[in-house]
Structures are given as C-alpha cells and as structure tokens.
Design a protein around this ligand. Structure first.
Ligand SMILES: CC(C)(COP(=O)(O)OP(=O)(O)OC[C@H]1O[C@@H](n2cnc3c(N)ncnc32)[C@H](O)[C@@H]1OP(=O)(O)O)[C@@H](O)C(=O)NCCC(=O)NCCS
Length: 176
C-alpha cells in the first residue's frame, strides 16, 4: 500500500536516493537538500510503501517551494512544483499523480494563489495546469519552451491583473 505524507527527518537520505535514481545527475537531489535549508515555506511530500508484514520504504518525493512574480504591484507569492521523482521501478503506477494531487489539495487549503511547474506538457494538464503565458506569466529562463511552463491558478480573484516573470529560488539556476 502507498500512502502520501509530509517528509520527516528520517526520510532525508531516502529522498536523496530517489532523485539520484530517477535523474541522470545529482543536481535535483542537491537542490532538494539545499532548498530544505534555505527556502521557506516548503511543502515536501513523500510516497511511502508500507509492506505486508511490516517495513516501509520511500518510493517517491515531491517538493514545492516559493516563487515570486516580478512586477510593480507587489503580486502574491505562489509555489513552484519541483523537483519530483519516483523510483524507476515504481514509475507508471500512479504514484507521481498521487503526490501532485495531495500537494495541490494542501496548497489550496492553505490559500496559495497559484502553482507553477516547469515540466512535461503531456503530464501536468491532467492536474489542471495550463500554459502560464495564457495568464501573462512567463518563465525566467528564455530557453524554456512556452508549453513546458505551466500554471494552476487556485485563487482567480487574487491573481486578477497579475502578470510578469515568475522567479524560482536562485538554487534552480543550477538545473537550467
Ligand atoms: C515524472 C514522474 C515523477 C511521474 O511519476 P509516475 O509515478 O511515473 O507518474 P504516474 O504513474 O502518476 O503517471 C504516469 C504518466 O506520466 C507520464 N510520464 C511519465 N514520465 C513522463 C515524461 N518524461 N514525459 C511525459 N509524460 C511522462 C506517463 O506517460 C504516464 O502517462 P499516462 O497516464 O497517460 O499513461 C516519474 O516518471 C519520474 O520520476 N521521472 C523521472 C524524473 C522526472 O522526469 N521528474 C519530473 C520532472 S518535471
């Protein structure tokens, strides 16, 4: 059985292992470790497999960290979805989707106005993400294709009239 919960201190090593296994380099694992120390607030979720007869294992991880829109009108801060990884042998079983849905629910309950993701344009629209450019929001990295930079607006009233370049924590510059 897979359950989704917030990370605890005991999960840190396993989370690192998941990112190193799922990506080609340790860049994402390093970003997760550094964001834990320097970004606030973060939402860090793990997918935990609880085995019959006892024992558990972390098989997926998803982090959200703050993003800000450049602009003159002091726009509300949102959250960025990244990095996310599922152990290769556990992929394609719905674990990534469960992590995303759980995170979106928590952030909506916490009145987060919008969530940004830079990722696969075939994957994230199923959760309600759409091209951010439709809402006047643009990626800070010019090399990112328009379709890969997506937003899910959670509070349309607070986001009315908000537009500009969305900035992640500086640590993400290492990944681009
Ligand atoms: C992306 C990832 C987190 C998805 O987790 P998952 O548990 O396999 O996802 P789910 O089982 O919930 O969903 C599977 C769907 O994701 C799609 N998907 C997975 N990787 C994808 C990719 N690289 N590009 C496009 N779609 C992808 C699958 O095609 C599948 O689509 P379907 O439901 O239409 O068949 C996982 O594949 C992973 O860790 N990949 C390597 C790291 C990575 O790319 N992280 C995301 C960075 S944006």
């Amino acid at each position: 059985m897979i359950t989704i919960r917030k990370e605890g201190p005991e999960d840190v090593k396993q989370i690192r292992r998941i990112h190193v296994s799922a990506f080609d380099t340790s860049t994402e694992a390093d970003i997760v470790d550094q964001l834990r120390r320097s970004a606030d607030p973060i939402l860090s979720l793990v997918a935990e497999e609880v085995r019959h007869g006892g024992g558990q294992r972390i098989v997926g991880h998803l982090l959200f960290s703050p993003v800000a829109v450049d602009g003159p009108q002091d726009p509300p801060a949102g959250m960025g979805l990244a990095p996310m990884a599922v152990l290769p042998e556990y992929q394609e079983k719905g674990i990534g989707s469960a992590l995303v849905r759980h995170g979106l629910d928590i952030l909506a309950e916490g009145h987060c106005p919008f969530i940004i993701v830079l990722g696969h344009p075939e994957y994230y629209p199923r959760f309600g993400f759409e091209p951010a450019s439709r809402h006047g929001l643009h990626c800070q990295w010019k090399s990112v294709p328009d379709a890969a930079f997506m937003v899910k607006i959670l509070d349309g009233d607070r986001m009315a009239g908000v537009g500009g370049v969305v900035r992640y924590h500086d640590l993400f510059d290492a990944a681009l």
